[in-house]
Every structure is written in structure tokens, then in C-alpha cells.
Design a protein around this ligand. Structure first.
Ligand code: CDP
Length: 222
């Protein structure tokens, strides 16, 4: 199938809103591919930190991002052949990812890699700018949110489950900082696409959120 005709569901939203879990489940249910675009920013950040590249060095980080030796296999992510599935989930890497994500040359360098995930029979893409910049023609655009308290709890549980230490006060501060940085940057700021469906998951289970997305998709493709 012509790549441009492959259907895309874009799931954007702020940090720890649960969009990754929901997007992955929607992809599974539809039998579609899944793009975790945040993982690409996290991989670029990890590469920068491991090579002692200053996070403000736009050109060097863009060069790292353009040639990321990464490989995705289900939920597993490798960088230069080494499993970094858990390493990229550290809060320090998330914060570094959010800093380098504000650099236009870094965003530009990751576009081709993201477009490459659009493969038949379909793609569920999760991030900040999936519906606004990367896949503006997506069949369905979701902007998934939750209250900052619910998001801090979700991130806390996610980190503890992965064996990282965490505390709610620090996480609330990180979330607020990250939201502000992602929403205020000039290139591809975090904001709902004009034609996005807003989904507040503060009081929804994962199953309820997934069902809502699937219902919206079924309505769109009727
Ligand atoms: O897991 P969490 O929602 O905190 O973050 P993520 O989706 O893994 O993304 C990490 C960081 O990458 C975010 O804080 C954003 O600054 C950046 N990002 C972005 O700018 N654009 C995307 N499409 C995806 C992530």
C-alpha cells in the first residue's frame, strides 16, 4: 500500500497522561504498528549523555539523532545493539529528552525515522506533535490528558514498577516543568490539533480509554 494511504491514529498529550499505554493497546487491538516517538527523543538524549555532548549543542545532538543506531522489537529498544528498554525510562533521561526536544534541528533530524513507521495495515503514533506536525493527515487525532495529580501518581507507579526510586513531590515539580517546556517551545509545541478529540482519562480505566478511541475510530471510518 502507498505509505501515504496507510491509516494513522495520532495520540498526543502531556507527560505521564497514559497515552503510551492507551496507544499501545489500541495498536494491539487493531493489529497495527505502534510508534513511541518519545522513545526516539529519549534515545537521542541517552546518546548525548553517554557521549558527554552538552544538551545545548544543537548541531551535535541533531547529528546523533539523524544516525541513531536504534532497533525496536515489540516493547524492547536497543541502541547500538545494547538493550536500553529500561534505561531510557529513567526520569533523568525524560528530562534531558524534553530539553533536546526543544531544539529545531533535533526535531528535524528525527522526522524521517518517524515517517518510516507508517506501514500497512496502520499506525498508532504517540507523542506531542503526531497530529500537528508529523502526521497532519491522520484519520483520527486524540489529545489525551489527565489531571497533574493523577499523572504524578501514574508516573510514580511506572517508575517504582521498573525499579527506579521516586517521590511524588519531585515528580509533581518535574511534570509541571516538563509541561511548561513542551507547551512553550516555538517548534512543535504541545497543543491539541484543531481537529483533535479531547480525552481526559483522570477518571477512566485503561480499558475505558481504549474503548473510547476505538469507538471514535469506528465512527470516523464509517
Ligand atoms: O513518557 P513521557 O510522556 O514523559 O515522555 P515521552 O513521550 O517518552 O517523551 C519524552 C520527551 O520527549 C517529552 O517530554 C517531550 O519533550 C519530547 N517529545 C517531543 O517533543 N515530541 C514527541 N513527539 C515526543 C516526545
Amino acid at each position: 500500500m502507498d505509505r501515504i494511504r496507510v491509516p494513522v491514529i495520532a495520540v498526543d498529550g502531556p507527560t505521564a497522561s497514559g497515552k503510551g499505554t492507551v496507544a499501545q493497546r489500541v495498536a494491539q487491538q487493531l493489529g497495527w504498528h505502534y510508534l513511541d516517538s518519545g522513545a526516539l527523543y529519549r534515545l537521542a538524549a541517552l546518546s548525548a549523555l553517554r557521549s558527554n555532548t552538552p544538551l545545548s549543542d544543537q548541531q551535535r545532538i541533531a547529528a546523533l539523532a539523524a544516525a541513531l543506531p536504534c532497533n525496536f522489537n515489540g516493547a524492547a529498544v536497543r541502541l547500538s545493539g545494547v538493550d536500553v528498554t529500561d534505561a531510557i525510562r529513567a526520569e533523568e533521561i525524560g528530562n534531558a529528552a524534553s530539553k533536546i526536544a526543544a531544539l529545531p534541528a533535533v526535531r528535524q533530524a528525527l522526522i524521517g525515522l518517524q515517517l518510516g513507521f507508517r506501514q500497512a495495515p496502520g499506525l498508532v503514533a504517540d507523542g506531542r506533535d503526531m497530529g500537528t506536525v508529523i502526521f497532519p493527515g491522520a484519520s483520527l487525532k486524540i489529545f489525551l490528558t489527565a489531571s497533574v495529580e493523577v499523572r504524578a501518581q501514574r508516573r510514580y507507579k511506572q517508575l517504582i514498577d521498573k525499579g527506579f526510586s521516586a517521590n511524588i513531590t519531585d515528580l509533581l515539580r518535574d511534570l509541571n516543568e516538563r509541561d511548561a517546556r513542551d507547551a512553550q517551545r516555538t517548534t512543535a509545541p504541545l497543543k491539541p490539533a484543531e481537529d483533535a478529540c479531547l480525552l481526559d482519562t483522570s477518571d477512566l480505566s485503561v480499558d475505558q480509554a481504549v474503548s473510547q478511541v476505538l469507538r471514535w475510530y469506528a465512527q470516523r471510518s464509517d
